[in-house]
Write a protein that binds this ligand. Structure first.
Ligand code: GTP
Ligand code: MG
Length: 149
């Protein structure tokens, strides 16, 4: 099954948006399989964002992600990677549609509240980076037949 790594960034935690953001993925119908509050060490932030190492904003990005606790989540479902990116909205919150998380709650790329994996491969890679063995739980929601025929 497809899975994605969703992370509420330090600004989302500081601003009290944790419940609101989790609620959007829950209500959509995806399955939460991993969840923790976590202080990201510098090294993990650098590995997570290694594709952006050459960018001028990289040091600021690492500073941002390590500036306070984040909420790490694994979500599962058919099409969850692309759908979660739609729920999150464009990277620059000023371009993000109203109704998306960034569209509703953010104004700057450097404070865009939430992360979502950009491909199923990166979903698996990132869940492996942020969660330890045993922290991701396989379970069957009792409402499953009401979400999928
Ligand atoms: P993520 O879901 O967090 O990966 O965002 P994204 O996939 O929409 O964007 P991308 O992977 O290209 O960039 C990762 C993160 O780096 C963004 O979400 C921003 O927090 C940050 N970022 C990207 N571009 C800029 C920029 O030009 N300036 C600053 N300050 N941060 C940036
Ligand atoms: Mg990205």
């Amino acid at each position: 099954v497809e899975e994605t790594y969703i992370m509420i960034k330090p600004d989302g935690v500081q601003r009290g948006l944790v419940g609101e953001i989790i609620s959007r993925f829950e209500k959509k119908g995806f399955k939460l399989t991993g969840l923790k509050l976590f202080q990201c060490p510098q090294e993990l932030a650098e590995v997570h964002y290694e594709e952006l190492k050459s960018k001028s904003f990289f040091p600021k990005l690492i500073g941002y992600i390590t500036s306070g606790p984040v909420v790490c989540m694994a979500w599962e479902g058919v099409g969850v990677v692309a759908s979660a990116r739609k729920l999150i909205g464009s990277t620059n919150p000023l371009d993000a549609a109203p109704g998306t998380i960034r569209g509703d709650f953010a104004v700057q790329t450097g404070r865009n509240v939430v992360h979502g994996s950009d491909s199923p491969e990166n979903g698996k890679r990132e869940i492996g980076l942020w969660f330890k063995e045993g922290e991701v739980i396989q379970w069957t929601p009792a409402i499953a037949p009401w979400l999928k025929e």
